[in-house]
Design a protein around this ligand. Structure first.
Ligand code: IPM
Ligand code: MG
Length: 351
């Protein structure tokens, strides 16, 4: 297969972890006879610095023309503590999601046998955890009307959803549940929020189309608690944008390191793959960040193009690196800490 992939390294550790995913993907392509054309493009603070815009039109054109996008991270501390900044790197991320129509964000949480004791949770709580949070990504409070009134002394952000937006996300959730254990949990705050009541009403109306799927409805505050108590109770979770943002960070630590979890964002046409961690500016340029979340995001990319053996090959070699202790400092616990680039080299070589 011939794949054209837009490469958006972004900020902080983005470029370093992306380099490793490229190495590993190229090794997979060589092994299975595929051809990958990478087209780098600017995004985030790096793009603001060079063209004054965190998601330039040229980058959008490259993403639209590509079969998929591989994305690193976005964000820079010099913007974080400056509420008056007019352009922010994160605006680029939101604009990219919206313009590419990436309405469904797939964030899996699973455990690695060799890392079970690295989790902050007890072994017996997390063994067998294998869940997917399907987060709505282009609606809700992230994109609703916002502003100030009352001379700037009152601020508001609006959580708005249309039935159609909920349906297209829920449809993906039902379909995903059908390929897994046929359990779907809709997470909302329907005891308080009108938008959540529309979520519940919409998902309930869809149940008849998927008679085999067992659907449960839970409030987000309760799920925040239950997720760390009994993560293996969950399989596919669907939820709105902000709840999904919070729950996926929470879920990511179950595996032992945030540096391990990949994600995919998909729309009607576009597909984007990225680690769920952020730009980790403290580590930028030091060659110490864990590249595995990005490498595993590349595995999700191959899988979505129906290249299952290729995806499996990546997961197998990642498991092997973990079992053999070829890990970055977040996982080395006093043992040898490998550099980001060394982990990437090792993975590519061992493929
Ligand atoms: C994420 C991030 C983003 C979000 C930020 C960087 C805007 O936290 O992808 O989860 O809130 O969606
Ligand atoms: Mg987040």
């Amino acid at each position: 297969m011939k794949l054209n992939i837009a490469l958006l390294a972004g900020d902080g550790i983005g470029p370093e972890v992306i380099d490793q995913a490229v190495k590993v993907s190229n090794a997979v392509a060589a092994k299975f006879n595929h051809e990958i054309n990478w087209t780098p493009a600017l995004t985030g603070a790096a793009a603001i610095d060079s063209v004054g815009e965190p998601y330039p039109d040229e980058t959008h054109a490259i993403c639209e023309a590509a079969d998929a996008v591989l994305f690193g991270a976005i964000g820079h501390p010099r913007f974080d503590n400056d509420p008056s900044a007019k352009v922010r790197p994160e605006q680029g991320l939101l604009k990219m999601r919206k313009k590419l129509g990436l309405f469904a964000n797939v964030r899996p949480t699973f455990t690695f046998p060799s890392l079970i004791d690295k989790s902050p949770l007890k072994r017996e709580r997390i063994e067998g955890t294998d869940l997917i949070i399907l987060r709505e990504l282009t609606g809700g409070v992230y994109f609703g009307e916002r502003g100030r009134k009352d001379n700037g002394n009152t601020a508001f952000d609006t959580m708005t959803y249309t039935r159609a937006e909920i349906q297209r996300l829920a449809k993906k959730g039902f379909e995903m549940a059908m390929t897994r254990s046929k359990r779907l949990c809709c997470v909302d705050k329907a005891n308080v929020l009108e938008s959540s009541r529309l979520w519940r009403e919409t998902v309930q109306a869809m149940e008849k189309d998927y008679p085999e799927v067992e659907v449960s409805y839970e409030f987000v505050d309760a799920v925040a608690m239950r997720l760390v108590q009994w993560p293996s109770d969950y399989d596919v979770i669907i939820t709105e944008n902000l709840f999904g943002d919070i729950l996926t960070d929470e879920a990511s630590v179950i595996s032992g390191s945030m540096g391990l979890m990949p994600s995919a964002s998909v729309g009607e046409k576009a597909r984007l793959y990225e680690p769920i961690h952020g730009s980790y500016p403290q580590a930028a340029g030091k060659d110490i960040a864990n590249p595995l979340a990005t490498v595993l995001s590349a595995a999700m990319l191959f899988e979505d193009f129906d290249l299952k053996n290729e995806a499996e090959a990546i997961r197998t070699v990642v498991n092997k690196s973990l079992a053999e202790g070829v890990v970055t400092e977040d996982l080395s616990e006093g043992g040898t800490a490998y550099k980001t680039s060394e982990v990437g080299d090792w993975l590519a070589k061992n493929l």
